[in-house]
Write a protein that binds this ligand. Structure first.
Ligand code: SF4
Length: 392
């Protein structure tokens, strides 16, 4: 079926009352209303809130920011640990950025942690914003996060448009182009559909539908309350929507990394600049392998250029493949012995020699956490080998 034609199968604003009714009736029975799954959505005494009841803004805010790029099942343990570490706005605002980043370690998109910390300090002297503009003025808050917080905490009539919702609406309309190109239209549809008497429940219902029924690869249309109105279902193969741009293969790059040890057994780490995907996190130094360059030459060159030190590149410690949303990297990590030069932060915020056992005090990206594991494992093996030799 021609996709452009199928987009006219239904007009959600014209059919909004029926879509609202059927979605909420489905959600009342099948919604994810489990306090163990979304604790921030429940009252202190463990109930789903009545329309006139408000929820903890702090808890909803942290959850919505964590959910921006991450699935609910991954977010939950992070959210629980976070609320134990920072149970109040004051505790979060007063914490060091390093402590905040450590709580975030492993969740990805690390600028979110820095922005939460900044926003906590901004909100400290005011009351919580109660409208869209107030939330959008805070760092790290876009329209769907603001809508999620306002509808969850205050039952305010604000629409949302996260990835799940975009997918459901794109299928409902069999929208003929990638949703990202028609954001304004998708916002209009989400707003037109919103149930103004039960906005909190409606937004949760939309998200639950996308997460449990209208899933990316295997939509379970037979269990969907919108099956009779859905243009993608009528077209026969809902997984053709959302329409995507042709994807180019992700660029691939080899990164040479040096785990540099000095004579005292300390290891050298540096803190990345604040800007960028992993801004402010710590890492082992290294950089991109150039064409025709051996990995040992790459590591020696990078450490010379970025830290002004000379090293002897030793054995390989570990090789890690890691995929980001926009590129694939292979980290080839070698143990190195420091020879000369006082390390300078020429391409980082700061450099530091630390005891390997203290590495857990520093927030690292996921790939570096595997390097630490390999390094500590190597030390343990050496200790055990030494102990066996002594015993013999
Ligand atoms: S009928 Fe199928 S494709 Fe359409 S909204 Fe429901 S689950 Fe998604």
């Amino acid at each position: 079926m021609d996709q452009r034609g199928s987009s006219e199968h239904c007009d959600p604003s014209a059919t909004a009352p029926g879509l609202r009714r059927t979605l909420l009736a489905w959600w009342d029975v099948n919604g994810r209303k489990d306090p163990a799954l979304k604790p921030w959505m429940f009252t202190k005494d463990g109930r789903w809130p009545e329309p006139n009841e408000e929820l903890s803004v702090l808890q909803c805010w942290i959850a919505e920011v964590m959910l921006q790029q991450t699935q609910l099942s991954v977010v939950l343990p992070y959210w629980q640990r976070w609320m134990e570490a920072f149970p109040s706005l004051e505790a979060l605002a007063a914490a060091s950025l390093q402590k905040v980043r450590l709580q975030w370690q492993g969740l990805g998109y690390y600028s979110r942690a820095r922005r939460l910390h900044e926003a906590a300090q901004m909100v400290l002297d005011q009351s919580w914003p109660r409208d869209l503009e107030g939330w959008l003025a805070l760092p790290g808050i876009g329209r769907t996060t603001a809508g999620g917080i306002l509808s969850s905490a205050f039952n305010a009539a604000e629409p949302i448009l996260d990835g799940n919702v975009r997918r459901v609406l794109a299928r409902l309309k069999a929208h003929p182009s990638p949703p990202a190109r028609d954001q304004a239209l998708f916002w209009q549809v989400s707003e037109a559909l919103l149930d103004r008497r039960r906005p909190r429940d409606f937004n949760q219902a939309l998200m639950d539908l996308g997460a449990t029924v209208c899933t990316p690869r295997h939509p379970n249309c037979r269990c969907c309350p919108w099956i009779g109105d859905c243009a993608a279902y009528a077209a026969g193969d809902p997984t053709r929507w959302p329409v995507t741009d042709d994807r180019k293969p992700l660029p691939f790059q080899v990164i040479g990394v040096g785990v540099v040890l000095n004579a005292g057994g300390d290891v050298l780490i540096d803190q990345r600049l604040e800007e960028g995907l992993l801004g402010g996190l710590w890492e082992f130094p290294g950089g991109k392998q150039e064409e025709g360059e051996a990995i040992s030459e790459c590591i020696a060159r990078e450490l010379r250029e970025e830290l002004s030190i000379e090293v002897r590149v030793g054995e390989e410690l570990i090789c890690i493949d890691h995929a980001y949303s926009h590129k694939k990297l292979r980290f080839v990590v070698h143990l190195c012995t420091w020879l000369s030069g006082d390390p300078q932060p020429l391409a980082s915020q700061q450099v530091r020699w630390v005891r390997p056992s203290d590495l857990a005090d520093y927030p690292f990206p996921a790939a570096n956490a595997r390097i630490i594991e390999a390094l500590l494992g190597k030390f343990n093996d050496s200790d055990q080998a030494g102990a066996s030799r002594s015993a013999a």
